[in-house]
Design a protein around this ligand. Structure first.
Ligand SMILES: [Zn+2]
Length: 123
């Protein structure tokens, strides 16, 4: 891949990294606000709150897995940026063949080429 394209991907990845970091920050902020609301409610009306607390637990778990998902993406973005620095960007980390450029444009931080991805999923 030529250096102009590499720089283009580097810029895309840096922007994506900032965007994902901002998302993680705002999720963490929201989580704190939810737990404060819940704590300050006290335990009067405890029975009324059982339903609420169940849904809060559910939402927390859902937020947590969303957050986890964002953190995974962030990790993949960091790996991709590192691989640009070490000159191995766009190489499938499983079969070591170049990843299709159209695939990289759609998902600049993919680790695997389409064939390996399919094999992983079937596995
Ligand atoms: Zn591959």
């Amino acid at each position: 891949m030529d250096s102009i394209k590499i720089e283009m991907f580097r810029n895309i990845l840096k922007k994506e990294k900032k965007r994902v970091q901002a998302e993680i920050r705002s999720m963490e902020k929201e989580n704190r606000e939810v737990s404060q609301d819940f704590d300050s409610a006290g335990d009067n009306n405890f029975e009324d709150q059982i339903g609420d607390s169940a849904s809060i637990t559910f939402e927390r778990e859902r937020d947590f897995s969303l957050q986890q998902n964002r953190k995974d993406i962030l990790r993949q973005i960091e790996i991709a940026i590192d691989s640009i620095d070490s000159g191995t960007y766009g190489i499938c980390s499983r079969c070591h063949e170049p990843i299709n450029e159209r695939r990289l444009k759609a998902l600049p931080y993919v680790e695997y080429c389409i064939n390996c991805k399919k094999e992983e999923e079937n596995y």
